[in-house]
Design a protein around this ligand. Sequence first.
Ligand SMILES: Nc1ncnc2c1ncn2[C@@H]1O[C@H](COP(=O)(O)OP(=O)(O)OP(=O)(O)O)[C@@H](O)[C@H]1O
Ligand SMILES: [Mg+2]
Length: 314
Amino acid sequence: MPSGASGKDRPGVWLHCQSRLESLPLFPAATAAPVATESLIEIKDVNFAYAERPILTGINMTIPRGKVVALMGISGSGKTTLLRLMGGVMKPTTGEVWINGECTSKLDTQGIYRMRRRMGMLFQFGALFTDLSVYDNVAFQMREHTGLPESMIRDLVMMKLHAVGLRGAHKLMPAELSGGMARRVALARAIALDPMIMMYDEPFTGLDPISLGVIANLVRELNDTLGTTSLVVTHDVQEALDVVDYVYYLSDGKMMAHGTPEEMRANKDPLVYQFVHGEAEGPVAYQYPSKDFSVDLNLGARRAASPPGGHRAA
Ligand SMILES: Nc1ncnc2c1ncn2[C@@H]1O[C@H](COP(=O)(O)OP(=O)(O)OP(=O)(O)O)[C@@H](O)[C@H]1O
Ligand SMILES: [Mg+2]
């Protein structure tokens, strides 16, 4: 958790004001009454295959309301695929994905759209609309999905930008932002409609260590002050372990381990240990499976062509 910020700079202050706004029936997405369950997301025995190729096998996950949960695993292990299943972009081959008490497989297209309006997504490079100012980027969804008057949109945009520390940058264009600032604007845009669930796919990629820490702390702080539930897909193990409540570790499409950050740090399973501690040596091979090096370098043929005991003439 971040510390040291003065009260007036912290999002909690404007949330008082925001909660008054939210008490007005302005957000259509918020009118679809969900069934209250303790877990916001439940993945039950999910298998998923692209055509014949199995990608996820026997996945079970529970994400309790109000928590920040990390989904980790090496590249290609199926993390983004799992996010897509949660977002209703694809359906599991078998098994069920439950979001806020509703089984996504049983929802029609309208139901999926209704559910998605309550999800905020932040992707790896958090692409902003390059021709729109910071202000208009954050206002975009509010204008698209609510009938709010412009004066109220202005207040909300400023609150969201204040929450990520960029209220003063509202007139800038995306080209005038650093990478870390752009990611924070994308974050403000993702929380524009006060999502019930925030999903982050590699939110820290390409950031310097300070910006990375800022974004990681913001993920935590926004989750707690907005009362959201967050799922963070990341390779940045140490940063994630510092801010999340729980970790799921996916390997080759299977859930290999899960636990609190302390439990994951103490996990002695060689697969988990190698990932958590960033070891080069371990069960996860650095080299993609390949033929013997001497075969790829064609050494056998070269040896045969070389005169015994010396170099071949040029
Ligand atoms: N649209 C697709 N069609 C077929 N196969 C796909 C498709 N998208 C992903 N895959 C395959 O599914 C597997 C899991 O991909 P996924 O993107 O979920 O991995 P990931 O864990 O998010 O990896 P990374 O950390 O690199 O983002 C990969 O082997 C990938 O090649
Ligand atoms: Mg991915």
